[in-house]
Design a protein around this ligand. Structure first.
Ligand code: ADP
Length: 696
């Protein structure tokens, strides 16, 4: 047929069919989120598919019907069974209209549950006419009853007056026989009209009886319908009759709450005596007295499940609603109930576990927190609040973003997002703002916590302060490039000397050769000096710096050291202080420290003609100082001078060096139990000093 020319993809075709149907249809997936609403539905609610999508549609349900809807829906969804529910749904014009919805579970050919398809019809009209009809029937019946009563009364009156007439006729009979026949005629007439009235009365009574039996039928029908609804409803429903609260009606789900227990037609307290003294009893009494509907949510009611069994802690969601008789007097209670014990117990267990987990997180030294599956933070440990100085309200959910350095935020949010979408966790580095405003680098680790099914249930995150490590890393990177550069200079010069010597090896120049040899030797010295420093630094790192102590005179050591400086003669080294002071230390290592301090003075204070070497006592220590009259050191740089790889920058002037000398010196002095430091002021020179335990 022509259909092959108009090929429509199946989804579109399906959608077209659904859209063309007059009713409201919607479809959910296996995750119970509604993803399809046909045009009929959207026309009715006046909303878009996006607005209705997922659970958006619940916004349209009348607030008074929502709880009931959810309860019915939840039970069916749990059991994958059909649900029928009526409720008020917001129309596009803002008014609420009654609709009846029937949802059927869908299963794949292999029997796997794949969601619901539900159709919904507008029953507002029907409900309205139903209501009007029963109102009409009631008022009509009343009117007819009234009319008949009036008829009867007037008939009685007529009867009475007829009797009177009869009496007077009898009197007249006695007085006048002539009038007898006339009187008889009148009597006959009265009888006729009595018969007429009787007929009329009978007719009215028949009418009324028919009317009554019709409304009785209606009432019976309605009762049957109601009963069917009660019996088929997925929630537990019962009717407690009268002040004694006698179980008048129990639907199967209600009975299911007490399997094997006999409730019907029994007084509540006789059937379920364990509730006596429980708050629930007072609640019921209150509904009976005030008529106020009571809604209980996850309420604990200790109840026996099977006859003779033990009392169990059970939790219920329920509604107690007063029932009224025709005189509008409360004559019982309607009970709607769903047992939620499993849900509540699971919730309590999860809560308990979460609390235990949070206590553990508070015990670890790092900042830690937990995220929901979607990534929102729902808990931080104490360390977070100590570090940020903020509270939970300020940082919950996504509030932590304000703590992250703006430059790190965008990239890391992406990483975070990817981690949350996966199942294995991950890590990244960011700067986090401390309460004093300083940003410090942190290593963030995100790990999943999975449930029994292996699904991610939540995330746990930790932040480890790696500021020092980061600093060291960047210094180390700088250092490697400096070290290569420092080594390259003497190696290049050594290479040049060797090349020149190679060229003249057949005919060596007596002037150049010694110069080249000296040059080469100096380069080799420089190289081995640098290598020695590097080795020392790594020895310090591995705690292998060996110290061999002997007793020696500080003055002798100071006067004998730094001959290279003395030979160069650009600076004068002057000893000051106590010549007799002896120390117990590693002479070679201390010599190395002094050489380093003197070399620094030569390097950084080139214009300081005199360099003082001073030995003096300071308590139980010998204090040795190297003083220059150089440029001095800025106060903010002093604290870092003795750190590894640290080199203060001097704008415009480039000094060679590895930034290791003072670091190694400080380690050597520390090994001797002494202290090292510097007194310096910009423009006034520097005095580097260290102390060693005195040898008495
Ligand atoms: P290096 O000399 O290899 O750079 P050091 O650890 O010996 O490494 O010195 C660290 C830093 O201390 C130097 O880079 C320099 O900025 C500063 N410094 C050391 N001694 C002096 C001094 N006498 N005067 C001024 N600055 C100095």
């Amino acid at each position: 047929m022509a259909s092959s020319n108009h090929h429509i993809p199946i989804e579109t075709e399906f959608k077209t069919i659904m859209d063309s149907l007059p009713g409201m249809i919607r479809i959910s997936g296996a995750d119970n989120l509604f993803y399809f609403f046909n045009k009929g539905w959207l026309r009715f609610t006046g909303r878009t598919l996006q607005q209705e999508y997922g659970i958006g549609w619940t916004e349209g349900i009348h607030p008074d019907d929502l709880l009931r809807y959810k309860d019915i829906y939840a039970v069916s969804v749990g059991a994958h069974t059909e649900f029928i529910v009526d409720y008020r749904l917001r129309n596009y014009d803002g008014s609420y209209r009654w609709v009846a919805e029937q949802g059927s579970p869908r299963f794949l050919p292999d029997g796997i549950f794949s969601g619901y398809i539900s159709s919904c019809i507008d029953i507002n009209e029907i409900r309205e006419t139903d209501r009007q009809k029963s109102e009409y029937i009631q008022t009509e019946a009343l009117a007819r009853e009234q009319f008949l009563n009036e008829e009867l009364a007037s008939f009685n009156e007529e009867l009475a007056s007829t009797n009177e007439e009869l009496a007077s006729s009898n009197e007249e009979l006695a007085s006048s026989n002539e009038e007898l026949s006339a009187t008889n005629e009148e009597l006959l007439q009265s009888r006729e009209s009595l018969a007429l009235l009787n007929n009329e009365l009978e007719h009215q009574v028949k009418l009324r009886t028919a009317e009554l039996s019709r409304s009785q039928d209606d009432a019976i029908n309605q009762r049957d319908r109601l009963k069917r609804f009660f019996m088929q409803a997925p929630a537990g429903i019962c009717i407690l009759d009268g002040p004694e609260l006698i179980f008048e009606l129990i639907n199967p789900p209600y009975q299911q709450l007490f399997p094997g227990r006999n409730l019907l037609n029994k007084r509540l307290l006789d059937a379920v005596p364990e509730i006596k003294g429980e708050p629930i009893w007072d609640i019921l009494q209150n509904v009976l007295q005030t008529g106020k509907t009571y809604e209980g949510n996850e309420l604990l009611i200790p109840l026996v499940r099977n006859e003779g069994g033990a009392v169990e802690d059970r939790y219920f969601n329920f509604i107690y609603q007063a029932r009224y008789d025709k005189d509008h007097v409360i004559d019982g209670i309607l009970v709607f109930v769903i047992e939620v014990t499993d849900t509540v117990l699971t919730k309590l267990k999860i809560q308990e576990e979460a609390e235990r987990f949070q206590t553990q997180l508070n015990a670890i030294p790092q900042i830690a927190w937990t995220n929901t599956v979607s990534g929102e933070v729902d808990f931080y440990n104490h360390q977070w609040y100590n570090y940020t100085g903020l509270d939970f309200e300020q940082t919950k959910a996504w509030g932590w973003k304000d703590v992250i350095h703006p430059d790190d935020l965008q990239y890391n949010l992406k990483t975070f997002d990817e981690i949350i979408k996966g199942k294995v966790g991950g890590e990244f580095e960011i700067r986090e703002k401390r309460k004093d405003g300083a940003y410090r680098w942190h290593l963030i680790r995100i790990l999943p916590i999975t449930n029994e099914d292996g699904e991610v249930a939540r995330w746990i995150g930790t932040a480890t302060d790696i500021q020092e490590l980061k600093m060291l890393q960047s210094q180390k990177d700088d250092f490697i490039s400096i070290a290569s550069h420092e080594l390259k200079t003497p190696v290049t010069s050594l290479k040049a000397s060797i090349q020149l010597m190679d060229r003249m090896k057949e005919n060596p120049s007596p002037v150049m050769l010694p110069k080249l040899i000296t040059q080469a030797a100096r380069s080799v010295d420089k190289i081995s000096e640098l290598i020695e420093d590097l080795l020392d630094a790594s020895r310090v790192n591995q705690s292998q710096l060996s110290i061999v102590k002997t007793t020696f005179k500080a003055s002798e050591m100071l006067e004998g050291c730094c001959n290279h400086v003395r030979i160069e003669a650009k600076h004068e080294l002057i000893f000051q202080g106590d010549k007799e002071l002896t120390v117990f230390a590693d002479e070679h290592r201390i010599d190395q420290v002094v050489i380093n301090l003197v070399n620094n003075a030569v390097k950084y204070a080139p214009n300081s003609k005199t360099i003082y070497l001073i030995a003096e006592t300071a308590g139980d220590y010998v204090k040795i100082s190297v003083r220059d009259n150089g440029p001095g050191i800025a106060p903010d740089k002093i604290p870092d001078l003795f750190s590894k790889y640290y080199r203060a920058e001097y704008t415009g002037v480039q000094y060679s060096g590895l930034g290791l000398g003072l670091y190694i010196s400080a380690e050597i002095i520390a090994r001797h139990g002494g202290r090292i430091g510097v007194d310096s002021e910009l423009g006034k020179g520097s005095t580097f000093w260290f102390t060693l335990p005195i040898n008495h």
